[in-house]
Design a protein around this ligand. Structure first.
Ligand code: GTP
Ligand code: MG
Length: 369
C-alpha cells in the first residue's frame, strides 16, 4: 500500500516535471507553469515526509567543531575521502570501489587563523533525497553545515546536475539569499499582495494562484524583490536552508587542459583540482575560506582594553547569542547585557537582547550574572 502510494507520488511528480520541460516558457504560459510548480512542490513535500520514517537514531550525529563546518558531497568514488586526507590530518579510507565511506568522518583544516571542519560522508546517488543509499542521512548532515562542497569527477560531469537536484530536493538552497517576502496569514479578507518593486518574472495574479494552490487563501503579503515562482514557493514552504556552496571538479589529472576547461565551463565549476596529486589545493583552501565570509570579533573585559591580537572567528550573521555560546556554555543562561563598539549606533552601546548581529571588527564586552 505504502509502496504503491510512494510510487504514484513519484510518477505524478515526474509527469508534471515532464510537462514543464515540454512547455515553452513565455508570457502566455508562465501562469500555468507557476501553478504546476506549486503542485510539484506540494507533492515533493509529501514524498519527503513519507520517506522520513524508519527507526529512530538512524541518522548520523556529528559534533560540530571549529569555526565553520563544510560537508563534502558527491557521487561515490569522486575522491571525497582523498580530499579530506589531503586537506586535514584525518585518515579516511580511500578505495577504487564505490561506497567505501559508510559513515561521517570529520577532519580539521586550519587556514588563515580559522579552523574549518570538513565532513567526509558516503557518496550520494540519484534518488538520495527520497532515501536511496545513505542519501537522506547525508543530506541531513548538510542541513546543519555552513557550506556544501559539491565534488564532481572530471570524467563524469553529467553527475553535476543530478547532485544539485538531490540537494535542492532536500530543501537546501545553494548560493541564494532568502528573498525578502513577508507572508502574514489572516483569518479572512482574501489575499492582499503589496509590492515595492516591479514584478517582471511573476505576475501578481500568478502569485495569488500559487498561494491558493498551496492552501494560503487569506494573507497579507509584502514582496520587496523581483522574485520568481520558485522563490515564492520556497518562502511559502518556509523550510529551506540557504547555504553557500562551491563546486569542485576533481581528477583534473585525467584530462588534457583544453578538454578540462570545457568540462569546467559546462558545469560552472569554481575550480579544478587533483585531490590525490595535490594540485590547486591552496587555491581551494582560499576559495572555501573566502566563500565562508568570516568576520573577526574582539572581546574585552569591563574597564580594560580589548585584546586586538586574539579575534574570535565567526561567520557572517553571527549574533551576540552565538558569541556567548562560543565563549562559555553558561554565558547564554547567565547573560545580563553586552556592550558593543564598532557597528553599534554609538560606542559601548548596551544590548539586553542577544539577537543583535555583529559586524567584522566589532568589540564586545559581555556581562553575566
Ligand atoms: N586520477 C585521480 N584519481 C583520484 C583522485 N582523487 C581520488 N582518486 C581515486 O578515486 C578513487 C576513489 O577515491 P575516494 O577518495 O575513495 O572516493 P570517495 O568519493 O570517498 O568514494 P566513496 O567513499 O565510495 O563515496 C580512489 O581510487 C582514488 O585513488 C584524483 O585527483 N585523480
Ligand atoms: Mg569515501
Amino acid at each position: 500500500m505504502d509502496v504503491v502510494g510512494k510510487k504514484s507520488i513519484m510518477d505524478q511528480i515526474k509527469e508534471l516535471e515532464r510537462e514543464i520541460s515540454q512547455t515553452k516558457y513565455n508570457k502566455a504560459t508562465q501562469h500555468h507553469i507557476g501553478l504546476v510548480k506549486a503542485k510539484i512542490a506540494r507533492l515533493k513535500e509529501k514524498q519527503l515526509s513519507r520517506s522520513k520514517g524508519g527507526p529512530k537514531g538512524e541518522g548520523y550525529s556529528v559534533k560540530k567543531s571549529g569555526d565553520a563546518t563544510v560537508i563534502l558531497i558527491g557521487f561515490p568514488s569522486v575522491g571525497k575521502s582523498t580530499l579530506l586526507n589531503s586537506l586535514t590530518a584525518a585518515k579516511s579510507t580511500v578505495a577504487a570501489y564505490e561506497f567505501t565511506t559508510l559513515t561521517v568522518i570529520p577532519g580539521t583544516m586550519e587556514w588563515k587563523g580559522a579552523r574549518i571542519q570538513l565532513l567526509d560522508v558516503p557518496g550520494i546517488v540519484q534518488g538520495a533525497a527520497v532515501g536511496r543509499g545513505r542519501g537522506r542521512e547525508v543530506l541531513g548532515v548538510a542541513m546543519s553545515a555552513d557550506m556544501v562542497l559539491l565534488m564532481v569527477d572530471a570524467l563524469h560531469p553529467e553527475h553535476a546536475d543530478i547532485l544539485v537536484k538531490e540537494v535542492e530536493d532536500y530543501n537546501l538552497r545553494l548560493n541564494q539569499r532568502k528573498p525578502d517576502v513577508k507572508i502574514i496569514k489572516t483569518s479572512k479578507g482574501g489575499l492582499d499582495i503589496g509590492t515595492t518593486v516591479k514584478m517582471t518574472k511573476l505576475p501578481i495574479e500568478t502569485a495569488k494562484s500559487i498561494l491558493r494552490e498551496m492552501s494560503i487563501v487569506n494573507a497579507q503579503v509584502v514582496i520587496r524583490e523581483d522574485i520568481t515562482a520558485d522563490q515564492l514557493i520556497d518562502i511559502i514552504e518556509n523550510n529551506k536552508k540557504y547555504i553557500p556552496a562551491v563546486t569542485v571538479l576533481n581528477k583534473m589529472d585525467l584530462l588534457p587542459q583544453d578538454a578540462l576547461e570545457a568540462v569546467r565551463r559546462g558545469i560552472s565549476a569554481d575550480i579544478c583540482i587533483s585531490a590525490d596529486q595535490r594540485v590547486n589545493l591552496t587555491e581551494l583552501k582560499d576559495l572555501i575560506y573566502n566563500r565562508l565570509q568570516f568576520i573577526r570579533v574582539y572581546t574585552k573585559e569591563a574597564g580594560k582594553k580589548a585584546d586586538m591580537n586574539e579575534p574570535i572567528i565567526m561567520l557572517e550573521g553571527t549574533t551576540i547569542k552565538d558569541i556567548c555560546n562560543k565563549l562559555h556554555k553558561d554565558f547564554v543562561t547567565k547573560f545580563k547585557f553586552a556592550r558593543i563598539w564598532g557597528s553599534s549606533k554609538f560606542p559601548g552601546q548596551i544590548f539586553k537582547n542577544m539577537g543583535y548581529e555583529l559586524k567584522d571588527g566589532d568589540v564586545i564586552e559581555i556581562h553575566v550574572r
